[in-house]
Write a protein that binds this ligand. Structure first.
Ligand SMILES: Cc1cc2nc3c(=O)[nH]c(=O)nc-3n(C[C@H](O)[C@H](O)[C@H](O)COP(=O)(O)OP(=O)(O)OC[C@H]3O[C@@H](n4cnc5c(N)ncnc54)[C@H](O)[C@@H]3O)c2cc1C
Length: 493
C-alpha cells in the first residue's frame, strides 16, 4: 500500500518550507507532502543547539521574500525557528508535513512515470511507501546525525570531554572549565564568545586564520524606516534590495581589489581586538577575501572576549591529543577539560537515500547538472543547493518559482516526465568537478567532490553561485528549449 501525491518534498528545513509555500501559492490544488526525518521543522536550525547558535547571513535575505523579517539582522536559531513556525501556521502547512519519516529509498520508473519512496517511521520502525510524479529534494548538504571530526593521534588518551557542535549535549556543564575550541569558521567564532563568560578560559585553536566581518547587529536603513513608521511589509523588500545591492558591490570589490578589501577587514579586526593580539599571525588568511565564506561577527563579540582576556587564539597544528589536552606541532601544550571540535560537516548529497532510475542504482557523480538543480538521467527531480556567497534561501525561492513554472508547463502540454539533456551542439562539452577549487574551496566540498555531479562549460550546466545573474536568468528560462526532454522526447513542448 502506498500514498500518492503529485509532488513529494524531502526535508522540512528552510528549503522544504519554501517549496511547500510556493507550491501552495502558485499551483493551488497540487497534492503534496513533506517527508522529514526529524520530529520537527527547521533542519539546520533544529539540529544545531550549541551555545550562541545564530545565522551568519542577515535575515532580510535569509528569511523569505514573502514574510517580513522584523528582528535584528543576525538571528538566533530560536528566532529563525519561530519565524518558520509562523510561516507554517499562517499558511496551514502543518497538515502536509510527515515528521519522523526517514526516506531511505527512491525509485524512478519510466514505465509509470512515477517515483516510489520508502520511508522508515522512526517512532515505530515501520516502513511506509509514497508515490509521486515529481520529487523535490530539500535535504540540505550535510549529514544531520553527526559532524565531521578529523582523525587525531591520541584522542582516546584524553581524559576530558570531546564535543562536536552538531551534537551538543543539552546538559554539558561548562562553568569554570578550560575549553579549547578547534576551528576558525563561523561556528567557532559563535561558540567562543558564548562560552567565554561562563567557563574559566576558552582558547580558539586554528590551523589557519579566517576573514571576519565585524558589524553592529542593526540595519541602519531598516531602523530609519521604522522610525518614520513605514510598514514592515514595505521595509522588508526595500532593505532586502539594499543588502543585495551592497553585497554585490562587496563581492565585485573582493574580485577587483582584493588587497584593499583585505586591509579593510583586517583594520576592523585591529580596531576591535586591541593591541594585545597579533593580527598578522591569527587573523590574516593566506587566500583572497571571499574564496571561503567570510564569517560575520555581530557587534564584535568574539573580539571583545579576546580583548578582555576571557578567550585567546592559538594558530598552530595539532601534533596529538594527550591525557590533559592537546600537544601542538610547536611543542606547546594546551590544557583542557573540554575540547570542542568545530571542524565542520560531512557532505551528504542525497540525504543517504538509495536512488535507482529504472532499476539502475544512481551514481550521482556521473550526472551532469543543469544549473545545479536538475541532472541528466534523473527525470522529474529537482535538488536544492543554495548559495555560499549569498543567503541560501534566495536560491530556494528562485528554484521554487522555476519548479512551479515547470510543473504548470508540463500540465499544459500533458507531459508526464522531464529531464535535462545537453543540446546536440553541447554533447562534447568538457566536464569538470562540481566547483572550481580556485574559486571556492571549503573543506567539506573538497572532501566530497567525488560525490557531487559534474559541471559543464556554460552557465546553464553549472551551479554558478551567482545570485545576481540567476535572479534575472531563472524567470526567463525557456521551458520549450530542446534541452528539456519531455516524456523521453515523445511530448511536444
Ligand atoms: C550552523 C549553520 C549555520 C548556517 N548559517 C547559514 C547562514 O547564516 N546563511 C546561509 O545562507 N546558510 C547558512 N547555513 C547553511 C544552511 O544549512 C542553509 O542556509 C539552510 O538552513 C539549509 O536549509 P535546507 O532546508 O536546504 O537544509 P537543512 O537545513 O539541512 O534541512 C534539511 C532537512 O532535510 C531532512 N532530511 C535530510 N535527509 C532526509 C531523509 N533521507 N529523509 C527525511 N528527511 C531528510 C533533515 O532532517 C533536515 O531537516 C548554515 C549551516 C549551518 C550548519
Amino acid at each position: 500500500m502506498s500514498e500518492h501525491f503529485d509532488v513529494l518534498i524531502v526535508g522540512a528545513g528552510i528549503s522544504g518550507v519554501a517549496a511547500a509555500y510556493h507550491l501552495q501559492d502558485q499551483l493551488p490544488g497540487t497534492s503534496f507532502a513533506i517527508l522529514e526525518s526529524q520530529d520537527g521543522f527547521g533542519g539546520t536550525w533544529k539540529t544545531h543547539r550549541y551555545p550562541g547558535i545564530r545565522s551568519d547571513s542577515d535575515l532580510y535575505t535569509f528569511g523569505y521574500r514573502f514574510k517580513p523579517w522584523v528582528g535584528p539582522p543576525i538571528a538566533t536559531a530560536e528566532e529563525i525557528l519561530s519565524y518558520l513556525g509562523e510561516v507554517i501556521e499562517e499558511n496551514g502547512m502543518a497538515r502536509h508535513i510527515r515528521y519522523g519519516h526517514q526516506v531511505t529509498n527512491a525509485r524512478w520508473s519510466s514505465d509509470e512515470n512515477l517515483w516510489t519512496l520508502t520511508a522508515t517511521r522512526l517512532e515505530t520502525g515501520e516502513e511506509t511507501r509514497f508515490t509521486a510524479g515529481f520529487l523535490w529534494m530539500c535535504q540540505g548538504y550535510y549529514r544531520h546525525s553527526e559532524g565531521y571530526t578529523p582523525q587525531w593521534e591520541g584522542v582516546e588518551d584524553f581524559q576530558g570531554q570531546i564535543v562536536h557542535p552538531q551534537t551538543w549535549p543539552d546538559d554539558l556543564d561548562t562553568s569554570g572549565k578550560r575549553i579549547v575550541v578547534i576551528g576558525s569558521g563561523a561556528t567557532a567564532a559563535t561558540i567562543v564568545p558564548a562560552l567565554a563568560s561562563k567557563c574559566q578560559h576558552v582558547t580558539m585553536l586554528q590551523r589557519s586564520p579566517t576573514y571576519f566581518n565585524i558589524r553592529p547587529n542593526v540595519h541602519e536603513l531598516a531602523q530609519a524606516l521604522r522610525e518614520i513608521e513605514v510598514d514592515e511589509e514595505l521595509i522588508h523588500p526595500i532593505v532586502r534590495k539594499r543588502i543585495l545591492y551592497d553585497q554585490d558591490a562587496f563581492i565585485r570589490r573582493c574580485i577587483n581589489e582584493p588587497e584593499a578589501v583585505k586591509q579593510e577587514l583586517l583594520g576592523l579586526v585591529r580596531a576591535h581586538a586591541g593591541d594585545g593580539v597579533d593580527v598578522e599571525k591569527h587573523f590574516t588568511p593566506s587566500y583572497r577575501p571571499w574564496r571561503q565564506r567570510i564569517a560575520m561577527v555581530p557587534d564584535g563579540d568574539l573580539f571583545k572576549v579576546i580583548r578582555d582576556g576571557h578567550a585567546s587564539v592559538v594558530t598552530d597544528e595539532i601534533e596529538r591529543f594527550s591525557e590533559t589536552g592537546i600537544v601542538l606541532k610547536s611543542g606547546e601544550e594546551l590544557e583542557a577539560d573540554i575540547i570542542v571540535t568545530a571542524t565542520g560537516f560531512n557532505l551528504n548529497v542525497l540525504g543517504d537515500i538509495d536512488f535507482t532510475v529504472d532499476g539502475v542504482p544512481l551514481d550521482f557523480h556521473e550526472t551532469l547538472t543543469y544549473r545545479g538543480m536538475m541532472f541528466t538521467g534523473i527525470p522529474n527531480m529537482v535538488w536544492v543547493f543554495g548559495y555560499f556567497r549569498a543567503s541560501w534561501t534566495l536560491r530556494s525561492e528562485l528554484i521554487a518559482d522555476f519548479v512551479c513554472r515547470l510543473l504548470a508547463h508540463m500540465n499544459a502540454i500533458g507531459a508526464k516526465s522531464v529531464e535535462p539533456m545537453p543540446r546536440a551542439s553541447e554533447r562534447d562539452m568538457k566536464l569538470s568537478p562540481w566547483v572550481d577549487p580556485e574559486d571556492f574551496n571549503p573543506g567539506y566540498l573538497m572532501r566530497g567532490m567525488h560525490l557531487l555531479p559534474k559541471r559543464g562549460t556554460t552557465r546553464e550546466w553549472q551551479h554558478t553561485q551567482d545570485y545576481w545573474h540567476e535572479k534575472d536568468e531563472f524567470p526567463n528560462i525557456d521551458l520549450t528549449d530542446e534541452l528539456f526532454v519531455y516524456d523521453g522526447g515523445r511530448a511536444s513542448a
